[in-house]
Design a protein around this ligand. Structure first.
Ligand SMILES: Cc1cc2nc3c(=O)[nH]c(=O)nc-3n(C[C@H](O)[C@H](O)[C@H](O)COP(=O)(O)O)c2cc1C
Length: 161
C-alpha cells in the first residue's frame, strides 16, 4: 500500500473546520484546525491535534486553555487565511481583520460568526506521531443554531492538510 493511497483514504474522514485561539500574558494567536473531535460526554471533553511547530502550540501549553471556534460555511476564506499565514511573521488578528468577542471563563477570544465557540481547559497533552493531542474540558459553549458548519473539503486539504 503506498503512502499517497493511505493519505487519500484518510481524507475520507469527515472533519469540521475550526479556529483555535490561545492567549498568554504577552502573546496571542489563532490558527486553523480540522483534526478535532468530541471524545467524552461526562465530563465534556474534546481533542484538538496540533503540530509542535505551530506558533500556537507553546501558547496552549503555557495558558492551559483555549477557545475552539467551529466555523460556519461562510467562513472558508477565514479558515484558509488562518491556515496558511504564519504568526511567526504577522499578527493574524490584525492581518486577517478577525472580528472577536469576549470570553467568559478562559483567556482568549470568541470568533464572531462561528457556529459555536467552546471555552476549553487543557486536561492532558498526548504526543501522537507528529502532532500533540490536547484533550480539554469544555467549560462554556456559545452557539448559533441558524448557521451550517464548514466541512473540510479535498480542495482545502490539498492546500495544507
Ligand atoms: C483546512 C486546514 C486545516 C488544518 N488543520 C490543522 C490541524 O488540525 N492541526 C494543525 O496543527 N495544523 C492544521 N492546519 C495547519 C495550520 O493551520 C497552518 O500551518 C498555519 O498556517 C500555522 O500557522 P503558524 O505558522 O502561525 O503556526 C490546517 C490548515 C488548514 C488550511
Amino acid at each position: 500500500m503506498n503512502d499517497e493511497q493511505i493519505k487519500k483514504g484518510l481524507r475520507k474522514i469527515v472533519n469540521p473546520v475550526g479556529l483555535v485561539v490561545a492567549k498568554t500574558d504577552d502573546k496571542k494567536d489563532v490558527t486553523t484546525v480540522a483534526w478535532i473531535s468530541k471524545v467524552s460526554n461526562d465530563p465534556p471533553l474534546i481533542v484538538v491535534s496540533i503540530a509542535p511547530e505551530r506558533y500556537i502550540h507553546p501558547l496552549i501549553e503555557e495558558a492551559g486553555e483555549f477557545v475552539l471556534a467551529l466555523l460556519s460555511e461562510e467562513q472558508e476564506a477565514l479558515a484558509l487565511s488562518c491556515g496558511t499565514k504564519t504568526a511567526y511573521h504577522i499578527d493574524k488578528f490584525d492581518d486577517v481583520g478577525i472580528e472577536t468577542q469576549e470570553t467568559q471563563f478562559v483567556k482568549g477570544f470568541h470568533i464572531k460568526g462561528a457556529i459555536a465557540n467552546l471555552e476549553c481547559r487543557v486536561k492532558d497533552a498526548v504526543v501522537a506521531g507528529d502532532h500533540t493531542l490536547f484533550v480539554a474540558e469544555v467549560l462554556a459553549a456559545n452557539y448559533d443554531e441558524s448557521k451550517r458548519p464548514l466541512i473540510m473539503t479535498n480542495k482545502m486539504g490539498t492546500i495544507c492538510y
